[in-house]
Design a protein around this ligand. Sequence first.
Ligand code: WQD
Length: 352
Amino acid sequence: MKKILVTGGSGYIGSHTLVDLIENGFEVISADNNSRSAIGMLEGVEKITGTKVKNYKVDLCNFDETRAIFEENDTIAGIIHFAAYKAVGESVEKPLLYFHNNMGSLINILRCIEEFKIPNFVFSSSCTVYGNPDEIPVTEQTPRKDAESPYGLTKQMGEQMIEAFAATNKITNSVLLRYFNPAGAHPSSLIGELPIDRPQNLTPVITQTAIGKIPALTVFGNDYPTRDGSCVRDFIHVCDLAHAHTLALGFLLQKKNTNNCEVFNLGSGDGITVLESIKAFEESTGMKLNYSIGNRRPGDVIAIYANNDKAKNELGWSPQYTVKDIMTSAWKWEQYIQHQPTHLDLRAHRLN
Ligand code: WQD
């Protein structure tokens, strides 16, 4: 079995990707210091797959700690690098924290890739690198624009660092995966999105409002030039996203790549508005959501959704889950957390 190192394996997309990798015959190890993830998330992965995942609880900004993983595992066939801070709002308040953590960890991973000649590398990027696109849907050729936040800047800088590394390091083949809006939870409800403190992203705000953790949801603006005035986004189910990582690894392992740094958009290809998302939640779950219209949120992109043809044609990827699946699975997960206060170490992540 090919051994894959997944950094951020206890995180939202990381844990779902571990499940998909295991189910597709890969041996996996995780590196996660649990600074932003629940220690018990790997417990959920084990319950789903029957596989106990070894986690290296290291600070990836510490080179020696990071390097030790490679000393101990001499047959790593590929790395998927999820570990990063990703709260847009927090990045505006603490840019240096984001530059240190997101870039420091990436540099150490790249140094180890070079030293240990790791052949395959998948990087967790984001549609945020497109900024406010002039045309939608965006393709992989759509130029990167000024990032709207330090978080987005770390994704842009990450991509550029890997492109520069790839230009001189022909041993390693890399793929940059640009996620649109990850949402939803595993159908088992044993793993899902676990915001720390108050969530920023729309879907967990919706489910926490519905369950009563948040009194009311504010729609950040309904005066945008869109069909109903609220922003347009491309929500992609986390399980579809996870499977794309497995396919991307297969793409590299089978040497199907044209050059040694390829980019893929991972979105559903459908743009829906914030108000349509709320309606989809209400229709999918039968819950009535308490929301009101508020001011625009600084830095918000007006409208973005993916042209995902390249991932479909070259990775053989086809998203299976619908917005209804996203909303129903997210709601089931929210209810699961509510009634499993000690499980998955969720205490640390519950609203105080
Ligand atoms: C979506 C829409 C909000 C909350 C960011 C990052 C992206 C990725 C996902 C990491 C916007 C509106 C939200 C609320 C609202 N990050 N909204 N009320 O900003 O599109 O993307 O998170 O992987 O890289 O850029 O996601 O879910 O925060 O917002 O009206 O309480 O929902 O204004 O239009 P975003 P989001």
